[in-house]
Design a binder for this molecule. Structure first.
Ligand code: ATP
Ligand code: MG
Length: 507
């Protein structure tokens, strides 16, 4: 193997108490290549990149560029060597402008040491132009959307003259159009001879953008191969160590036919309006039914979930639960009425990062394990253990702090918490974002099991296919309104997309 023209990571090992995150992994990226890094939640992808970025120290191993050994002792050092990592949670300073963020820490100076703002501005303009970014360098980062902030991160990497750019799940929160733009930027960077590492759980994306793929499993290298010589099924098998079962099992019988007839309406929403955000939302969900809410990023789906959960006030409209009109003015009120939201933003709304996996899972359900104010610790542990097992949460133990879990495993803990809590109405907002293929099947299975137990479920997702596959009926949103409702048999991808782009169902 030639050593030139590439970054090479050799025999990388990293242990945490109770977990071997990386066990002698070899990985390489050639300049001018997009190299995908694939693996189920907790496989070691982010850890490998964190070592490359100098944020985490490896226990063993070596890193080379063009055959020359690197000494990456800090993030600053990695940057000097031309390595940039774009994390899912960006490293931007919100109250500074775009230009200030790009140049932060390396501002051009005038004589006497004053910052040269003109130079900063023209430099930023040219970088943003190169990326086709549709905003001014004078804009404050806080005012930008996720996709735009990502462009600022990329501009930062370009300014630092990065030769290796790694992106950890960059499209998780992007719309289709934004993803396309990111892909054209990636192609541009590749043509300029950069080496790109691309982490994603979405296999279609990997086939579209990457040249080669490296699969990790349990901290070990499974294989590196060209995407031309591998199939989707083969990749899944490499990730899981087995073929995927049940991925295409769908419920063949419509609800109400298999279950007791007729089922009762649990949730009814009439004319719900929140000015400028939601407009005249009408929907109903029956016992045992999964109502899908489809729509592209920004359609108002999360806003609807927040309003139903009492997080945001509404201006107009009526919410009826189990036949009683309710005013949901706070999440506490919503939970009392049996409405639970499993949020998309797990760090802010779903988890206490400094607490153990066990505590996070049982927190919302402590009443179940308590008698006379005492918690039955053994029952609590057993139940939490069962949840961890059925969702395949990768953790060395129930007492591990949630902050030390991989991103996808944190998401599974949020799900475990609310699945255990049980409720009459469960709202799942992007429940499988960041979750690997194997666990996705489990999550969908659990949601279905909750419905079968009689819960009314709202399944929100920007992945149209997920909604089509896993709901009994669906509404599609665009621009804060419902643009159409489809029965399962009517929901073709074309129709859903048409409505999601703002098409009218009556056309
Ligand atoms: N700071 C830490 N302390 C303890 N364990 C850690 C720490 N960081 C990572 N781990 C563990 O190392 C393993 C690999 O985690 P990593 O974040 O690299 O996974 P990943 O492949 O990025 O997963 P995901 O797809 O869920 O993001 C996991 O078991 C994780 O719990
Ligand atoms: Mg990760």
């Amino acid at each position: 193997m030639s050593l030139t023209n590439r970054l090479l990571m050799r025999g990388i090992r990293k242990e945490y108490p109770g977990v071997c995150a990386l066990d002698g992994v070899d990985f390489e990226v050639a300049f001018g290549e997009v190299h995908a890094l694939l693996g189920v939640n907790g496989a070691g992808k982010s850890t490998l990149m964190s070592i490359l970025s100098g944020a985490t120290r490896m226990d063993e191993g070596a890193i080379f560029i063009n055959g020359k050994k690197l000494d990456i002792t800090s993030p600053h050092k990695a940057m000097e060597l031309g390595i940039s990592i774009i994390y899912q949670e960006f490293n931007l300073v919100p109250h500074l402008t775009v230009a200030e963020n790009i140049f932060l820490g390396r501002e051009p100076r005038k004589r006497m040491g004053f910052i040269d703002y003109r130079e900063i501005h023209t430099g930023a303009v040219s970088l943003l132009e190169r990326l086709g970014a549709p905003f001014s360098p004078r804009e404050r980062v806080a005012n930008l959307g996720v996709a735009q902030q990502q462009l600022v991160e990329i501009a930062k990497a370009l300014f630092k003259e990065a030769r290796i750019i790694a992106m950890d799940e960059p499209t998780a929160t992007l719309s289709m159009k934004e993803t396309e733009r990111l892909f054209s930027i990636i192609r541009l960077l590749k043509a300029e001879g950069k080496g790109i590492v691309y982490i994603s759980h979405r296999l279609e994306e990997i086939f579209e953008i990457a040249d080669r793929v490296t699969v990790l499993r349990d901290g070990r290298l499974v294989e590196t191969c060209s995407l031309q010589e591998v199939t989707r099924g083969k990749l899944v098998e490499m990730m899981l160590g087995r073929a995927l079962e049940g991925a295409v099992t769908r419920r063949e019988v419509p609800p109400g036919v298999a279950g007791p007839l007729p089922s009762k309406e649990v949730l009814r929403v009439e004319g719900l309006t929140r000015r400028g955000v939601l407009e005249d939302i009408n929907l109903t969900v029956k016992e045992g039914e999964i109502l899908g809410i489809a729509g592209l990023v920004g359609a108002g789906k999360t806003e609807l979930a927040r309003a139903l959960y009492g997080l945001d006030p509404i201006d107009k409209g009526k919410v009826v639960i189990g036949g009683c009109p309710v005013r949901l003015q706070s999440p506490a009120e919503a939970i009392r009425r049996g409405v639970v939201l499993v949020p998309e933003d797990r760090k802010r709304l779903g988890l206490v990062l400094g607490m153990a996996v066990r505590e996070n899972i049982s927190l919302a359900s402590l009443f179940r394990f308590s008698r006379f104010g005492f918690v039955n610790g053994r029952r609590e542990r057993r139940t939490a253990g069962e949840m961890v097992e059925s969702l395949r949460v990768k953790t060395p133990g129930l007492e591990q702090q949630v902050r030390n879990l991989s991103g996808g495993n944190q998401q599974k803990v949020v799900l475990a918490k609310w699945l255990l809590r049980g409720a009459r109405v469960l709202i799942f907002d992007e429940p499988t974002r960041g979750i690997d293929v194997g666990a996705k099947v489990e999550v969908h299975g659990l949601i279905r099991a909750l419905a079968d137990k009689g819960a009314a479920i709202l399944l929100i997702s920007s992945e149209l296919q997920e909604v089509i596959d896993h709901s009994d009926r669906m509404v599609v949103m665009h621009g804060g309104r419902i643009t159409g409702e489809l029965r399962k048999e009517e929901a073709t991808p074309e129709r859903v997309l048409f409505l999601a782009m703002g098409g009218n169902s009556k056309q």
